[in-house]
Design a protein around this ligand. Structure first.
Ligand SMILES: [Zn+2]
Ligand SMILES: [Zn+2]
Length: 248
């Protein structure tokens, strides 16, 4: 009886909340229907695109005109990367940008469930990901994590590890400094900015293993390359990366 009552009161509370404070879509700000799952309305969800099938075999950049590799990964250049492949669940379009922005900058860590579920849904598009033995989130500098209250990449890695029944480790990789904001830096500047920015503190956790780096967004891949360099130096067998979104 008590349970019936508490269910009833919860329904009334949810209804009143919906009436006076409805959730709105992060993409278009329209009211979401009561009990909606996720932060986007049905209309905005249909605008989310996946990167494939025409993508760079190394960095995952969409290649509308086809070809095996993008300009930066072609020929001998591609072989030098420590991060062997980068794959992403979705393209960083306006609706995805709105959700990721809220997730990172507006204290909406709970959105990690929505993002990680989408990453799990798209996982099978990329067979090489199944080689991964350990998920490692891209770390934030400790001051930044303290300020934000969480590391968004660690939330994604934790949820994705649970969905895929895999191991994850947020203590092995550390960010040594608060790298300059990368938005004004060009591609080479970004790669340089990340040189020596990360260190693997527990080499025994990664030695001989295939590591999958997890992050929210891949842009040039410079941050992922910085992480992969540290993991390879610590003895990782192979490093790949999987992000929620891919900037194009
Ligand atoms: Zn919408
Ligand atoms: Zn590429």
């Amino acid at each position: 009886m008590l349970r019936c009552n508490s269910n009833f009161f919860k329904k009334v509370k949810d209804f009143l909340l919906y009436l006076f404070l409805p959730d709105t879509c992060y993409g278009c700000r329209a009211d979401l229907p009561m009990g909606a799952c996720g932060p986007l309305c049905v209309h905005c969800q249909t605008h989310i695109q996946t990167p494939g099938p025409l993508i760079c075999a190394r960095c995952g950049k969409p290649l509308p005109d086809g070809g095996a590799h993008c300009y930066h990964c072609r020929g001998s250049k591609g072989k030098n990367f420590k991060c062997k492949i980068i794959r992403s669940a979705v393209v960083f379009g306006p609706q995805v940008r709105a959700v990721v922005h809220a997730f990172k900058y507006q204290d909406r860590g709970y959105l990690s469930g929505f993002l990680a579920e989408r990453m799990a849904q798209e996982w099978d598009n990329y067979p090489p990901l199944s080689q991964a033995e350990l998920l490692v989130p891209v770390p934030l500098f400790y001051k930044k994590e303290k300020q934000r209250g969480y590391n968004q990449a660690a939330l994604l890695a934790e949820k994705l590890a649970r969905l895929k029944n895999m191991a994850w480790d947020k203590h092995t990789l550390k960010r040594l400094r608060n790298t300059r904001s990368q938005t004004e830096l060009g591609r080479e500047g970004r790669l340089q900015n990340m040189q020596g920015a990360f260190v693997c503190e527990r080499p025994e956790a990664v030695k001989g293993k295939v590591i999958l780096l997890i992050d929210d967004v891949a842009t040039t891949g410079a941050t992922l390359e910085g992480c992969a360099t540290a993991l390879k130096a610590a003895g990782a067998k192979k490093v790949m990366a999987y992000t929620f979104a891919r900037e194009v």
